[in-house]
Design a protein around this ligand. Sequence first.
Ligand code: LER
Ligand code: MN
Length: 269
Amino acid sequence: MKLSLVVSIDDTTFDAVAVRGSWQDGIRMAAELGYDGVELAVRDPGDVDAKAVAHALRDARLQVPAIGTGQAYLKDGLSLTHDDEGIRARAIERMESHIQLAAQFGSMVIIGLLRGRIRGDRAATDARLDGALRRILPVAERERVPVVLEPINRYETDYLGTIDDVLTVIRRHGSSALGLLADTFHMNIEEMSLEAALRLAGGRLRHIHAADSNRWAPGWGHLDFSSIVRTLREVGYDGYLSAEILPRPDPVSAARQAVSYLRPLVKGS
Ligand code: LER
Ligand code: MN
């Protein structure tokens, strides 16, 4: 398993991004601290100078396991399940451009907050999500870019809170491009057992967000990361643990804690 740090390309309003401000500094800091990659949080790929980012990544020798889309929801109000057809169409278009950007970096694309909230009844929301995925997944398959759907805790959205909820969506689509992102912070709130939920996810697991019970860096809360990593090994997971953590007590200390705490645990896997 490898380690990455979430770095925002734009100025972010999402709390759990240790690095904000200049993405160039974020990439440099991740490399200096010994990360293998950076997960890029991107509001609109149309505003990203992909060549400049690729150049900085090459210099820093970092990979980009995943690209996050949450800013498109938080800043632009886009949602894949909105009952306004125009907003939904723009969310789908935005996802397609995230996929094009991800294809350049060999990354996957995350559907986190961008899935929206339940509007009207649950069945209507499911139908709108399915409609959006039917547009997005063929593009993802063609571009060979995995799309990962992330369960998110009840305080941030009322839609798709558990691993089981997301597995149900994945099964409905039967697309090899659609996988699961498990975030240990959300799991701590929603799952009966983190280990049992990770076993349930099994081969569908494509990406992990690592944060402790309080969203601080791993080791600074009360989650058992030895047990989490052991379970990930058992299910054959060999992707990234991506630190999506609060910048507390300050960005550098948080980012250093995550890598120095997790590195010994993932060594040799
Ligand atoms: C939101 O809490 C989160 O975990 C992000 O990864 C979703 O966009
Ligand atoms: Mn997350």
